[in-house]
Write a protein that binds this ligand. Structure first.
Ligand SMILES: N[C@@H](CCC(=O)N[C@@H](CS)C(=O)NCC(=O)O)C(=O)O
Length: 203
């Protein structure tokens, strides 16, 4: 197995998941800034032209970060980061999807359509006039999530899961690109420090 890796929050999610699992997977760096991911031969690995991609020993590539993490959970069930029962899995997938759709996507597109525009305008359809609204959408859902986190250690209560990893990596990215967590979100701020203290966050 090998992980095609780059800068950015999406590969960070998979590296952190791998570190939590305690698995060793070699990394092959792809130069995202130079657009290596948008050309052959990388497009054979991931026709969407994005990173990361997990190449299996038979040559097949698993792509999309949540699909990669699901694959790693199935092949390395311990420690469980999605869940060991149908109920746990459903709860993790619920929070992962909420975080992904309501926070990560608008945050990332807010970046791609503004600060990231010089890099992305020749790669994807960009809508600069939507950038401020997308950033506001992400902040609005973070405010809602802050209330949901009241009294909770992690998104799934006592269980540290993929949903925490996903949110952590994107909030960490947000602070680097002008979308920091607002101080008023005190529950998420405390949660962020708890997750940041895990060795896997450095992956
Ligand atoms: N939905 C994709 C998102 C992947 C993604 O956007 N990756 C970024 C790096 S964080 C990327 O490849 N950006 C460069 C580009 O789009 O050209 C996934 O789940 O893997």
């Amino acid at each position: 197995m090998k992980l095609y890796n780059s800068i950015g929050p999406n590969p960070h999610v998979v590296r952190m998941f791998i570190a939590e699992k305690g698995i060793e997977i070699p990394l092959e760096q792809v130069d995202l800034m130079a657009g290596e991911n948008r050309r052959e031969p990388y497009l054979q690995k991931n026709s969407a032209g994005q990173l990361p991609a997990l190449e299996l020993d038979g040559g097949h590539c698993v792509t999309e970060i949540t699909a990669i993490c699901e694959y790693l959970e199935d092949t390395h069930p311990n420690p469980p980061l999605i869940g060991s029962t149908p109920e746990e899995k459903a709860e993790t997938r619920k929070w992962t999807r909420r975080v992904d759709l309501a926070i990560c996507e608008p945050l990332a597109n807010g970046f791609r359509f503004a600060e990231g525009l010089p890099l992305f305008k020749s790669r994807v359809v960009t809508v600069p006039e939507a950038a401020d609204g997308l950033k506001r959408m992400a902040q609005d859902r973070l405010k809602w999530l802050d209330g949901e986190m009241n009294g909770k250690e992690f998104l799934c209560g006592k269980r540290f899961t993929l949903a925490d990893i996903l949110l952590y990596c994107f909030l960490d990215f947000g602070t680097q690109v002008g979308q920091p967590l607002k101080e008023e979100n005190k529950n998420i701020a405390a949660w962020f420090q708890r997750v940041k203290a895990r060795p896997s966050a450095e992956a």
